[in-house]
Design a protein around this ligand. Structure first.
Ligand SMILES: [Zn+2]
Length: 261
C-alpha cells in the first residue's frame, strides 16, 4: 500500500517536472528580446552593451546595429553579418557589442508564396495575413529581387550625433537582380519609443555580397514566413549614456525619416 502511494506521488512529480521544463522552453522560443530602446538610439546612445554571444542565448534571428553605430546587423540562421558603410559584408567577432538589437528564435507558423511585389505591397499583404496589428511578428522572405535598395550607417565618434543627422548622410546601395533574404519584425503601434512600430526589415544576399537596412525593392518571386510572437522583453542598458539620456520627447517623426520606407 505504501509502495503504491509512493509510486503515485513519483508519477505526479514527474508530470509536474515535465510540465515545468516544457513551459520554460515555450517562453524562450516565443519572446522578442530587445537590447535598449529605439529612442535611446535616436538620441545617440551608440555604445554597445551586449555581446553578440549574449544575443545567441536569446535568439537565432534578428536585426540591429553595432558598437558606435558601425553598420547594419543581420542575424540569420544563428550567424551574424555586419553590413558596413562601405557596402561590404563582414563577420563580426562574438565579443563585438551592440547598442540596439531585436532578436528571437524564429519559428514560423505560416508560409506563403510571393510573386511580383514591391515593399509597400508586401506590407499590405502581411497586414492582411496577420490576425491582429497588436502583436509582434518576426518576418522572413526568401526570394529573387529584380531590384533592391538598402542603406547602412558609418561608425560614429564621440560626442555622438543624433541618428536623424547620421541618416541624412547615409550611404545607399542598389542592386538587382539578386537572390537573398529579407528579415526583421513587425512591431505593434504601442511599441512606439521602444522599437519601430510597423515593419523594419534588413537584407542579405545569398552570395553575401549585398545587404543593409531595406528602403525599397521589387521582388519577382519568393516565399514569406511569419512567426507570431506574444511576449516582449526589453533589456535597458546600465551605462551612463543611457542613464542620462533625455527620453521624454516624442521622436516618431524623426524615426520615420531614419527608417526611410
Ligand atoms: Zn534597420
Amino acid at each position: 500500500m505504501i509502495r503504491f502511494e509512493f509510486r503515485k506521488y513519483l508519477f505526479v512529480l514527474l508530470i509536474f517536472l515535465l510540465g515545468c521544463s516544457g513551459e520554460k522552453e515555450e517562453e524562450k522560443s516565443q519572446a522578442v528580446i530587445q537590447v535598449s530602446t529605439i529612442d535611446a538610439l535616436m538620441t545617440g546612445v551608440y555604445d554597445g552593451i551586449t555581446t553578440l554571444s549574449d544575443l545567441t542565448e536569446w535568439g537565432n534571428f534578428g536585426i540591429g546595429t553595432f558598437n558606435a553605430l558601425n553598420g547594419e546587423m543581420v542575424f540569420f540562421d544563428g550567424v551574424f553579418y555586419q553590413v558596413k558603410a562601405d557596402g561590404k559584408i563582414y563577420r563580426p567577432a562574438d565579443t563585438t557589442k551592440t547598442p540596439f538589437a531585436t532578436v528571437t528564435f524564429f519559428e514560423p507558423e505560416s508560409r506563403y508564396n510571393l510573386a511580383g511585389l514591391s515593399f509597400p505591397e508586401l506590407k499590405l499583404m502581411i497586414d492582411s495575413l496577420i490576425p491582429s496589428a497588436n502583436l509582434f511578428y518576426a518576418i522572413h522572405a526568401k526570394g529573387t529581387f529584380t531590384s533592391i535598395k538598402t542603406r547602412s550607417v558609418p561608425a560614429q565618434e564621440k560626442p555622438y550625433p543624433q541618428l536623424v543627422d547620421v541618416a541624412a548622410k547615409q550611404p545607399e546601395f542598389e542592386t538587382g537582380p539578386v537572390r537573398g533574404n529579407l528579415l526583421g519584425f513587425y512591431g505593434p503601434p504601442f511599441v512606439s519609443g521602444m522599437n519601430v512600430p510597423g515593419y523594419h526589415l534588413h537584407f542579405i544576399s545569398d552570395d553575401l555580397q549585398f545587404g543593409g537596412h531595406v528602403l525599397e525593392f521589387e521582388l519577382s518571386e519568393g516565399v514569406l514566413a511569419i512567426d507570431q510572437i506574444n511576449q516582449f522583453r526589453l533589456i535597458c542598458p546600465d551605462d551612463d549614456d543611457f542613464l542620462d539620456a533625455d527620453l521624454t520627447g516624442d521622436m516618431s517623426e524623426e524615426l520615420e525619416e531614419v527608417e526611410g520606407n
